[in-house]
Design a protein around this ligand. Structure first.
Ligand SMILES: [Cu+2]
Length: 142
């Protein structure tokens, strides 16, 4: 079993103490780092090593990263790294319906063929938990 370090670098902790106003952003950063640790635990390699797809994790009512830009034609794979909760994906202005639920360790894929910003919602959690993210699709082809 792979050993995962759960200690934050000291400078991050120092920043959180020095700038309490940034605590929310810092919490998000920590949450997403935790989501990535879960990913490695489950799949044995970093999410960035998946070939042909860009991975977004779904974890504790958040998309990680919450904002990203991808080239036109990119396939995004949303992977549920939670232990119990299921999530779905709605690509708001795509005209496609809500995805099926992805249960823990399952994923949902969508290929972006239209450029511009897209709001991504989790069907059961966008309203109550603000599980929302934004993906901007570049005009430059992948
Ligand atoms: Cu959700």
């Amino acid at each position: 079993m792979m050993q995962i370090t759960k200690t934050l670098p000291a400078f991050l902790i120092a920043c959180a103490v020095a700038f309490p106003a940034l605590a929310t952003d810092d919490d998000k950063t920590k949450l997403c780092a935790e989501a990535e640790e879960r990913y490695v635990e489950l799949f044995g390699h970093p999410s960035s090593e998946e070939e042909g797809v860009t991975v977004v994790t779904m974890y504790k009512y958040s998309f990680c990263p919450a904002e990203l830009t991808v080239p036109l034609g990119t396939t995004v794979r949303w992977v549920n790294v939670d232990k119990r909760t299921s999530h779905s994906v709605i690509v708001k202005d795509s005209g496609t319906p809500e995805s099926d639920r992805a249960f823990p360790e399952e994923f949902i894929e969508f290929t972006f063929l239209t450029d511009g910003p897209q709001e991504i919602l989790c069907g059961p959690h966008w309203e109550t938990q603000e599980m929302i993210s934004r993906i901007t699709v570049d005009t430059v082809e992948n």
